[in-house]
Design a protein around this ligand. Structure first.
Ligand SMILES: *[C@@H]1O[C@H](CO)[C@@H](O)[C@H](O)[C@H]1NC(C)=O
Ligand SMILES: *[C@@H]1O[C@H](CO)[C@@H](O)[C@H](O)[C@H]1NC(C)=O
Ligand SMILES: *[C@@H]1O[C@H](CO)[C@@H](O)[C@H](O)[C@H]1NC(C)=O
Ligand SMILES: *[C@@H]1O[C@H](CO)[C@@H](O)[C@H](O)[C@H]1NC(C)=O
Ligand SMILES: *[C@@H]1O[C@H](CO)[C@@H](O)[C@H](O)[C@H]1NC(C)=O
Ligand SMILES: *[C@@H]1O[C@H](CO)[C@@H](O)[C@H](O)[C@H]1NC(C)=O
Ligand SMILES: *[C@@H]1O[C@H](CO)[C@@H](O)[C@H](O)[C@H]1NC(C)=O
Ligand SMILES: *[C@@H]1O[C@H](CO)[C@@H](O)[C@H](O)[C@H]1NC(C)=O
Ligand SMILES: *[C@@H]1O[C@H](CO)[C@@H](O)[C@H](O)[C@H]1NC(C)=O
Ligand SMILES: *[C@@H]1O[C@H](CO)[C@@H](O)[C@H](O)[C@H]1NC(C)=O
Ligand SMILES: *[C@@H]1O[C@H](CO)[C@@H](O)[C@H](O)[C@H]1NC(C)=O
Ligand SMILES: *[C@@H]1O[C@H](CO)[C@@H](O)[C@H](O)[C@H]1NC(C)=O
Length: 407
């Protein structure tokens, strides 16, 4: 567990929240959370990462429910921000029925240059936290929840609602993302002398997948075709050391989801419980150009000692014009941080301005343009060579002709 802790974003702290009524506790939650929020500034949109601070407190709006109301946990933090979780249950299961995020755009320390001072509230009913009644819900893996223009990423969660005692139940409902981890530590390597570092064999070129995101009315608003390869530096459970692992995303096991707003679009690719990759594109409505500004990943691979989780929201890749798609057939490496980079191949994306569900004319990346030059140069060189041989032949023929005539 100590090793695992090193994998979590150090900006987020573990928070303990408890809702009590009278002398009894009905909800207890220990968790880390961070928020990825997109907002408007005078010159376009911006995305920030706001962690749930250790100073978060339980708000008075929290309740244990009863009288037809459902239990409600509200965590207040910073200058008027709040995270709310509503619970519901039946005889066998309880779940987080809805999640509400409230953020105060007047808070210039978290939302610099916001053009609004509103307090924004967004809500979702797709949270995906379910546990058996009388058990503690446990999810160490990072799990993202999309709510409006924000993404909430929870990690290290132990939580129980509808509690019958004052302490968390020793019986647990473990989330599916955690079930891919072996709970027992791996056996120590049997070697006595230091063996050379075995490097995992790199996978071949990944295969191309086609992904799309639709609006609430079913209109396709984002299209992507690409082959992806993740390159993560993590601590290997089997080798007891940090390794560089390169893994291809398998398109036939990957699903896409996301959201589209006028100036921002997200694409979330999920491969089973193992890999979750989110792309954030923003459109600058002044210049009518878009680019990839954010990438976040949650990976729970079999050889990891805990889930790997990182993101960067100040990237500048895949620059294209509104009404055009962006294309890069050549391999491109998108560096997210020192431990994670994404290799893309055979890529075409269009995050804005899709008409009739099809890609618009493509703008080719510089690498492709450079690579296109090579065949042209080689072709020209070959043509030149053929010409020289031909001329040499003709001259030679003429000479030998001339030779015959003299005889
Ligand atoms: C809380 O517990 C105290 C002592 O244990 C008891 O006197 C009090 O009545 C209880 N209050 C409620 C609301 O149950
Ligand atoms: C937005 O515009 C203001 C003034 O027009 C400028 O000071 C500021 O740097 C700009 N911000 C960005 C992110 O470009
Ligand atoms: C803030 O900027 C966005 C676009 O940048 C614009 O649509 C919105 O109306 C602006 N809001 C205010 C209150 O100025
Ligand atoms: C929002 O933030 C501003 C400035 O930080 C603060 O004055 C205001 O009280 C906050 N609003 C709420 C609802 O807390
Ligand atoms: C959240 O879900 C609970 C249970 O379904 C419901 O009672 C509550 O009104 C919901 N809250 C919001 C803000 O929709
Ligand atoms: C409880 O709800 C879950 C889904 O929310 C459902 O699958 C299950 O059958 C329900 N159990 C009972 C006893 O109603
Ligand atoms: C949960 O625990 C309470 C009190 O111990 C008990 O009355 C109830 O039947 C239990 N429910 C389930 C589904 O085990
Ligand atoms: C892992 O390596 C460290 C030092 O490199 C060593 O102290 C530790 O015993 C090793 N653990 C296992 C399980 O081999
Ligand atoms: C669907 O919604 C988008 C904006 O959300 C709008 O531009 C488009 O016209 C709508 N299409 C239909 C068929 O209603
Ligand atoms: C993975 O990343 C490491 C460090 O950034 C780099 O040295 C290595 O070449 C990368 N491997 C691939 C296949 O991209
Ligand atoms: C997915 O594709 C790979 C090759 O790209 C293939 O080996 C594998 O059988 C496919 N799996 C399924 C479930 O279709
Ligand atoms: C949007 O584009 C304009 C013009 O190119 C530029 O001045 C401005 O800084 C850009 N805004 C952002 C948020 O990048």
């Amino acid at each position: 567990i100590i090793i695992q802790h090193g994998f979590y974003n150090l900006l987020t702290s573990q928070v303990t929240l408890e809702v009590t009524e009278g002398n009894s506790t009905c909800i207890k939650a220990e968790l880390s959370a961070s928020f990825f929020i997109t907002y408007d500034t005078a010159n376009g949109t911006r995305t920030v990462m706001v962690p749930l601070p250790g100073s978060a407190v339980v708000g008075v709006a929290s309740s244990c429910g009863g009288d037809g109301r459902s239990p409600w946990l509200v965590a207040l933090f910073g200058d008027g921000h709040a995270l709310g979780l509503g619970f519901s249950s039946n005889d066998s299961l309880y779940s987080v029925a809805n999640l509400t995020l409230q953020y105060n755009l007047s808070d210039v320390s978290n939302f610099p240059e916001a053009n609004s001072t509103d307090v924004v509230t967004v809500e979702t009913t797709s949270v995906g936290m379910v546990a058996r009644v009388n058990t503690t819900y446990r999810c160490i893996s990072a799990s993202p929840v999309i709510v409006g223009g924000a993404t909430v990423t929870f990690s290290n969660v132990t939580m129980e609602a509808f509690m019958t005692g004052d302490d968390l139940s020793p019986n647990e409902s473990v989330c599916t993302a955690d079930q891919s981890f072996t709970t027992a530590p791996p056996p120590p390597p049997s070697t006595t002398t230091a063996a050379p570092t075995p490097v995992p064999t790199p996978p071949g070129t990944p295969s191309q997948g086609s992904y799309s995101v639709s609006n609430s009315n079913g209109t396709v608003c984002l299209l992507a075709r690409m082959a992806l390869q993740l390159n993560i530096s993590h601590f290997s459970a089997s080798q007891n050391q940090t390794i560089q692992e390169v893994v291809n995303l398998l398109p036939n096991q990957t699903t896409s989801s996301g959201s589209c707003d006028p100036t921002s679009a997200t694409l979330v690719l999920t491969q089973g419980n193992a890999t979750n990759l989110s792309f954030l594109f923003t459109l600058n409505s002044t210049s009518n150009r878009y680019h990839l500004t954010g990438l976040s990943v949650v990976a729970a691979w079999s050889d990891m000692t805990g889930p790997f989780n990182t993101s960067n929201s100040s990237l500048d890749y895949q620059r294209g014009s509104l009404g055009r798609s962006y294309m890069c057939i050549s391999e491109q490496t998108l560096v997210v941080d020192q431990n994670f980079s994404l290799n893309t191949f055979q890529l075409q994306v269009q995050p804005f301005g899709i008409t009739r569900g099809q890609f618009a004319q493509a703008e080719e990346c510089q690498l492709d343009q450079d690579n296109m030059l090579i065949p042209i140069v080689v072709g020209a060189a070959l043509a030149g060579l053929v010409l020289i041989v031909l001329i040499a032949y003709l001259i030679g023929r003429k000479r030998s002709h001339a030779g015959y005539q003299t005889i």
